[in-house]
Design a protein around this ligand. Structure first.
Ligand SMILES: Cc1cc2nc3c(=O)[nH]c(=O)nc-3n(C[C@H](O)[C@H](O)[C@H](O)COP(=O)(O)O)c2cc1C
Length: 365
């Protein structure tokens, strides 16, 4: 399989290149009768698109969704939902110089080695424009999840570190996340990031960042026993986002230096209760009903206007400074993409559970 489809039951297939006619996708497995409009999807797409802030790429991409099938009179039909977003504001000329030179840190060399023929304009299929289709899939996933588990479920992400600057976890305020351009839950740190990124951009550099994703309100029981463990599928989905170099679930790498036992259980108000959540809400690949917690490390944008060493397609050494319009920190726009990947995985496992185990019951005794 060529790897353009994700998940098993609730499946997203994406298609398109950055400077082609459009980017799109097909979501299959959506239950019938759910309210779905282009407007509710557009809200999430607007969070992903560039041009929202001086510190994201100045490309003006409207990213307007067109739903082509699977929805009738504002409700899902249960048939494949095909959609597309037309590519506009192309500056393909910006990429002419890249026809025969590989950008360090981008996909150019690897794509050429694999396919021998590539669309070099804007990164082609390796461009993060492809993630538009993931955001659409994730938004449809949230509609499915709310229909199954109620309106109180939440999948939210925030940036907690940019470059060397970490938030103070004691200052965490979810309401703050939508109030600044960086999805930062710590008001004071958002101001520091603004200054830091402005400096970085002026110097022609770029910065990496840490994104944390929290899925709350989900029941115990989501996940499969062996290869499709919930944590394995989350790791795959999150790792597949452009520029993501590491994924952690729960304590992640901090587990290495932990010395004591994990997540003891007690009864509280006649209900099973965990005293801690080091596991990140997943045990043996199946959700426990605790918050599902993931973190992703996003690398600095590779396309920067600094002169760097590289080679041509004829394998001659050269130097390259990438001009054009790029984000100094791509993590800022990756926040809704991370939420979308978690939504896709949870939707898939929710529908798989319903298929095999029937309705979602109370906690089993
Ligand atoms: C939202 C988003 C926007 C991105 N924009 C750019 C960009 O403008 N320039 C760039 O060099 N890389 C950008 N990237 C990263 C590249 O797509 C990515 O580094 C490239 O495909 C190589 O893949 P890898 O870094 O995952 O190995 C972006 C990533 C995301 C998530």
């Amino acid at each position: 399989m060529p790897g353009n489809t994700f998940c098993q039951f609730f499946r997203l297939t994406t298609w398109g290149e950055s400077h082609g006619i459009a980017i799109g996708g097909v979501v299959d497995g959506v239950p019938p009768g759910l309210s779905l409009t282009a407007e509710c999807i557009q809200t999430d797409l607007n969070r992903r698109r560039p041009g929202n802030h001086a510190l994201t790429s100045p490309r003006v991409e409207k990213d307007e969704i067109e739903i082509l099938s699977g929805v009738f009179e504002g409700k899902t039909l249960g048939t494949p939902i095909a959609f597309m977003v037309r590519n506009q504001d192309h500056h393909s000329k910006d990429y002419d110089a890249l026809k025969s030179v590989y950008r360090p840190g981008h996909g150019d060399y690897a794509y050429q080695q694999k396919y021998g023929h590539r669309d070099y304009r804007g990164g082609g299929r390796a461009s993060a424009r492809e993630t538009i289709a993931r955001v659409v899939g994730g938004t449809i996933g949230k509609v499915v999840l709310k229909s199954l588990f109620g309106k109180d479920i939440k999948i939210r992400a925030a940036i907690t570190q940019i470059g060397p600057l970490k938030i103070n976890p004691d200052h965490w305020d979810w309401d703050e996340v939508s109030q600044n351009a960086f999805s930062c839950p710590d008001k004071d740190m958002a101001l520091q990031w603004e200054k830091y990124l402005t400096d970085i951009k002026e110097q022609g550099k770029s910065a990496g960042a840490l994104i944390e994703i929290y899925a709350t309100g989900f029941p115990a029981g989501l996940g499969e026993p062996v290869f499709d463990k919930l944590n394995a599928d989350l790791a795959k989905g999150l790792m597949s986002i452009n520029a993501v170099k590491a994924v952690e679930i729960g304590d992640g790498f901090a587990s290495v230096s932990a010395e004591s036992s994990y997540d003891e259980m007690v009864m509280k108000d006649d209900t099973p209760h965990f005293l801690t959540n080091h596991a990140g809400g997943i045990l043996a690949g199946i959700s426990t009903g605790q918050p599902i917690i993931c973190k992703i490390a996003v690398k600095p944008t590779s396309s920067i206007p600094q002169l760097r060493q590289t080679i041509t397609t004829d394998h001659a050494e050269t130097t390259l400074s990438v001009t054009g319009r790029h984000d100094p920190c791509v993590a800022i726009r990756a926040v809704p993409i991370a939420e979308a990947m978690v939504s896709l995985v949870l939707s898939d496992h929710a529908l798989r559970w319903r298929g095999q185990c029937g309705t979602f019951g109370e906690i089993r005794k």
